[in-house]
Design a protein around this ligand. Structure first.
Ligand code: PDD
Length: 288
C-alpha cells in the first residue's frame, strides 16, 4: 500500500508529494513540526501536542493554517488513509511560499502544511528496550529550544556523533556544564535516594509531551520529582538514567561517555515508569 501525504489541502501519494522550492521552510527552515504517536488508531496526548503546536506557531508569528477542529479532521484522515494502527503522525507547518528570498517576512503569508503518517510493526509499548549508550556533546543550539522548530542542524549533527560512537543519543551540555536534553529526547536521572531529576522547562529545552505524561504518572505513583539541571558527573554517579520522547517512550540509559550507570542494567524506577506509560497508552487505545 502506498503511503498518502496531506499537502496543502490535498491527499497525494508520498512519492508524488512535493513542495514549492520557494517555500520558506525549504529556504530558511522557517517552520515548526510535531510528532504524535498513534496507538490502536488513537492519538496519544493530542491536546498537549496541539497546544505546543499552536504555541510554536505563535512564538514565530506564523499564522494558523487552519482551525483546531479542521486540523484534527486532517489528522484523522491521514491515520485512516495510511491505515495506521500503531505508529506516528508527522506534521510540519512552514511560513509559506515567498517568491523573493528575503530574511524578513510578511505576517500576511499563507502557511504551508504537510502531514504524513507511518505504521510501526509492533505496539510501541510492547516491551521496554535494553539499556542504551549516551555520549555528551556541547549544546550549540539557539536560545529558544522551547519552540519545536524544523531548524535542527545541531540536533542532527549531534545524533550523527552519537551514531558514529555507537550510542543511541547525545546529551547536550550548556556553557555552565549542565545537561540540557538529548538531540531528540528529554534527559532524566534517578538519584541514590530514588528521586527523579529532569531539567525544568525553560527556553533551553523542549517541553516534551512524554516528559509531561511521565511527570503526571510518577506523581500519581508517589515518586518524588525534582525539576533541576544536572551535570554529566552527577548522571554518571546516578542510580539510573533514561530518556523520554514520543518515539523512544521511556528508554533506559546504562552507559554515559563510556562509564557504566548503576549496575549497567535498566533500573527498577525506569522499568516502573515504562510500565506505567505502557498502561497509560493501553488505556488510550481502549478508548476507541
Ligand atoms: N523529538 N527534546 C527534543 C530536542 C526533541 O526533538 C524531542 C522530540 C523531545 C521529546 O518531546 P516529546 O516527548 O514531545 O516527543 C525533547 C521528536 C519525537 C522528533 O524530533 O522526532
Amino acid at each position: 500500500m502506498s503511503r498518502i501525504a496531506y499537502v496543502n489541502g490535498q491527499y497525494v501519494p508520498n512519492a508524488e508529494a512535493s513542495v514549492n522550492i520557494n517555500d520558506r521552510g525549504y529556504v530558511f527552515a522557517d517552520g515548526i513540526y510535531e510528532v504524535i504517536a498513534v496507538t490502536k488508531r488513537q492519538l496519544v496526548d493530542p491536546e498537549w501536542h496541539m497546544q505546543r503546536l499552536w504555541r510554536s506557531l505563535a512564538e514565530l508569528q506564523i499564522p494558523e493554517p487552519m482551525s483546531d477542529p479542521a486540523m484534527r479532521a486532517v489528522m484523522k484522515q491521514v491515520i485512516r488513509r495510511n491505515r495506521v494502527r500503531n505508529g506516528f503522525i508527522y506534521m510540519q507547518i512552514t511560513r509559506g511560499v515567498a517568491q523573493v528570498r528575503d530574511h524578513a517576512f510578511s505576517t500576511e503569508m499563507r502557511p504551508s502544511i504537510v502531514m504524513t503518517a507511518r505504521n510501526t510493526k509492533a505496539v510501541v509499548t510492547d516491551e521496554m528496550s535494553d539499556g542504551v549508550k549516551v555520549v555528551s556533546i556541547p549544546d550549540i543550539r539557539w536560545k529558544r529550544c522551547d519552540i519545536k522548530s524544523i531548524s535542527l542542524l545541531p540536533n542532527i549533527l549531534g545524533k550523527q556523533i552519537a551514531k558514529e560512537a555507537g550510542a543511541y543519543e547525545a546529551w547536550m551540555v550548556d556553557e555552565e556544564g549542565f545537561v540540557t536534553e538529548g538531540t531528540s529526547s528529554n534527559a532524566w536521572i534517578v538519584t541514590k535516594d530514588g528521586e527523579l531529576v529532569t531539567r525544568p522547562t525553560d527556553h533551553a529545552i523542549l517541553r516534551g509531551i512524554t516528559r509531561t505524561s511521565i511527570i503526571a504518572l510518577a506523581e500519581k505513583a508517589g515518586l518524588t520529582i525534582i525539576e533541576r539541571a544536572f551535570t554529566i558527573e552527577e548522571a554518571k554517579a546516578a542510580k539510573e538514567a533514561f530518556v523520554t520522547s514520543t518515539t523512544s517512550l521511556v528508554k533506559p540509559v546504562t552507559e554515559l561517555d563510556g562509564d557504566i550507570i548503576g549496575n549497567g542494567q535498566p533500573g527498577s524506577v525506569t522499568e516502573k515508569l515504562f510500565a506505567l506509560y505502557a498502561a497509560y497508552n493501553d488505556d488510550i487505545g481502549k478508548s476507541a
